[in-house]
Design a binder for this molecule. Structure first.
Ligand code: FAD
Length: 596
């Protein structure tokens, strides 16, 4: 398998030619985030990802994590040294708040770095991934004291953060949780309970771990309205703010799992551990959502990053592997398999989904910048709306797509993809978790349709429809992209009609929302990627019209757009049909008759 190369030409195309990165940062009042700075991040991060992180990926998968008899968790070879360099070189602090010692760069720049690092080694990146989300939650909801003691350590990466929600009997339905927090006279709490599946719950990369734990007070209301959030450090900071006494937090075991072998997924016991309330009593889910919305976008990026690796491996293999004669045969005994139409279908499926999804995710990341930092309140609100509706699409659709892309990568390799030597099966195994954690994809679908679309009376759907519709109006004229824009406008109309129809049916029965949700998520995902591709086609068609030294690059963009519209987008019609079928065929068989 080829060594990982950050696709810098692709990154630059998106940042500068499509998304107008410099103008975006200027509008945020960040003219310091200019071409020179972006380029220095791109170049430096690419070197770090390729040279330092990528070599730890295969051993990390092969060796995995290990829990010692005394409860310590040992990460795979090379992880600790790579993490130390990550902290020392300042990558950990790239987007952290400046008041806490961070460099304060916008989130979208962190997303670019994040994609590179997850592509290089997803398991390794998971050790710092949730720290960024924890920083966001503490910065927004934590007390003055918490921000003073914990934020600088988390921002610098010297300590790491976790999010601690899941219990054996309480996964999606957090209202069932049993972990208790008893108030103490000094204003702190004693937290007791067992949590499972905690990413980086225990490990050897940092000197302390800051757990953000959901628990219930003794007199809390039943269900999800009675959940509060607590900061529970592994080691209590001493007077100098350094890791001090132990705090009754222990790792009971680590999970053995399908993928991300290098990531420690821990069963964690909290045994009267001292904790401090974050935000308001019974307001834990609100605080956790600050973390989760950030993390969900990031999980979409994880799915994309595995697809990028799988695509690079597929392409190299298809150029090199010779089997059978192709229509363009040179007369050799066998030709590279990239000449076979079906292999091209697999490669273009990956390429069109990866590049289309990257445009969508990076657009969403820019909306996160806007929602957090834009000086104009109306623009902030618009960005927050778009981010709200795009987050379940990015999490649910892109991670689902990652399974298809990484599976096609195995298929391109034939039997050599199924065995471990080529390394490509790791991407498939690692990508699989992205459909489950941070809210399983079925829940993302309900979030999109139930909360974001129907729950706002259609306001967020109109926001997204307005964005895509506005694009279609602006680019309805001639030019090479016209065929794509016309098809996009047609699909947008069908999506709008389907949305209105689902809303009418949902008013009659709640099962109608659940029955339509996954197909609606998929339909919306294909619509959004059609918009990405129409946008990129517009940019590339303009570049070709005005003359460019990189005509081949832009022609490839237009050809990939055509592939997406002709060979992938027809799937949207199937989802429209499924939505139209309603709930009956899903609900008519009683549970006891499924086995017939
Ligand atoms: C490797 C790994 C790392 C993880 N990291 C963390 C972590 O750091 N912190 C943490 O707290 N948790 C973590 N998790 C837990 C993860 O978030 C949960 O597994 C996930 O939320 C699903 O919960 P569950 O496994 O209990 O499944 P369940 O909730 O039992 O769901 C099972 C199935 O039923 C569906 N379902 C459930 N309820 C509904 C409903 N109301 N409507 C429709 N469908 C429904 C789900 O979509 C799913 O398909 C991790 C899990 C894994 C495997």
């Amino acid at each position: 398998m080829p060594a990982y190369k950050v696709p810098l030409r692709e990154y630059r195309y998106l940042l500068y030619e499509v998304l107008g990165a410099e103008a975006h940062y200027r509008a945020l009042g960040r003219s310091d985030v200019n071409l020179e700075l972006i380029e220095s991040v791109l170049e430096g991060a690419a070197r770090f990802a390729e040279d330092i992180i990528a070599p730890t990926n295969e051993p990390g998968d092969r060796v995995g994590v290990r829990r010692t008899d005394d409860g310590r968790v040992i990460s795979p070879p090379g992880f600790v040294a790579a993490y130390r360099q990550f902290v020392e070189d300042g990558w950990a602090a790239l987007c952290g708040p400046t008041e806490a010692g961070g460099q304060g760069l916008p989130e979208s720049i962190g997303g670019v770095l994040g994609e590179m690092l997850v592509s290089a080694n997803m398991s390794w990146k998971l050790y710092s991934g949730l720290t960024d989300s924890a920083v966001l939650a503490l910065d927004r909801h934590g007390s003055e004291e918490m921000r003073r003691v914990y934020l600088p350590k988390l921002v610098s990466g010297v300590w790491s953060g976790t999010m601690v929600l899941t219990e054996p009997h309480a996964g999606t339905d957090l209202g069932l949780m049993r972990t208790r927090a008893e108030p103490q006279e000094d204003g702190s709490y004693r937290v007791t309970g067992t949590k499972i599946f905690i990413t980086s719950g225990e490990h050897d990369l940092t000197s302390n771990i800051v757990h953000l734990v959901l628990a219930k007070l003794p007199d809390a209301p039943a269900g999800s309205r009675g959940i509060s959030m607590f900061l529970v450090p592994k080691l209590l900071p001493d007077a100098a703010g350094e890791p001090g006494e132990t705090n009754g937090v222990s790792c009971a075991s680590v999970e053995h799992k399908l993928g991300i072998h290098g990531s420690a997924t821990c069963v964690m016991n909290f045994d009267g551990s001292r904790g401090w309330l974050i935000g308001e009593v019974n307001g834990g889910l609100k605080c956790m959502f600050t973390m989760m919305n950030h993390a969900r976008l990031w999980v979409g990026l994880q799915g994309l990053a595995q697809c990028e690796r799988a695509l690079q491996a597929s392409l190299a293999y298809a150029l090199e592997r010779r089997q059978g004669r192709t229509s363009a045969s040179s007369g050799a005994p066998a030709d590279p398999i990239i000449g076979h139409p079906d292999v091209r279908r697999m490669l273009l499926t990956q390429k069109s989904l990866v590049e289309g999804a990257r445009a969508l995710i990076w657009f969403a990341a820019q909306r996160m910048d806007g929602a957090l930092h834009h000086p104009d309140a109306a623009t902030r609100a618009e960005a927050a709306d778009l981010l709200a509706v795009l987050t379940p699409v990015v999490k649910g659709f892109v991670t689902g797509m990652s399974l298809e892309c990484t599976s096609e990568a195995i298929q391109v390799h034939g039997g050599h993809g199924y065995v471990r030597e080529t390394g490509v099966e790791q991407f498939f195994r690692d990508a699989r978790i992205t459909m489950i954690y941070e809210g399983a994809n079925g829940i993302q679908a309900l979030d999109l349709l139930g909360r974001k679309v129907l729950g706002t009376g259609g306001a967020l759907a109109r926001r997204l429809g307005g964005l895509i519709g506005g694009f279609c109006e602006r680019h309805a004229g001639g030019g090479e992209q016209a065929e794509f824009v016309a098809r996009l406008a047609g699909l947008l109309k069908e999506w709008t009609v389907a949305t209105e129809e689902v809303a009418r049916r949902a008013a009659r029965s709640p099962d109608e929302t659940g029955a339509a949700a996954m197909d609606y998520l998929q339909l919306t995902g294909y619509l959004c990627l059609a918009w990405s591709w129409a946008w990129m086609a517009t940019v590339s068609a303009a570049a070709l019209r005005t003359g460019t030294a990189e005509a081949a690059f832009h022609r490839a963009k237009l050809a990939t757009a055509r592939f997406y519209f002709q060979r992938i987008l027809p799937r949207a019609e199937a989802h429209l049909d499924a939505i139209g079928a309603g709930a009956r065929s899903l609900m008519e068989i009683p549970p006891d008759q499924f086995a017939f």
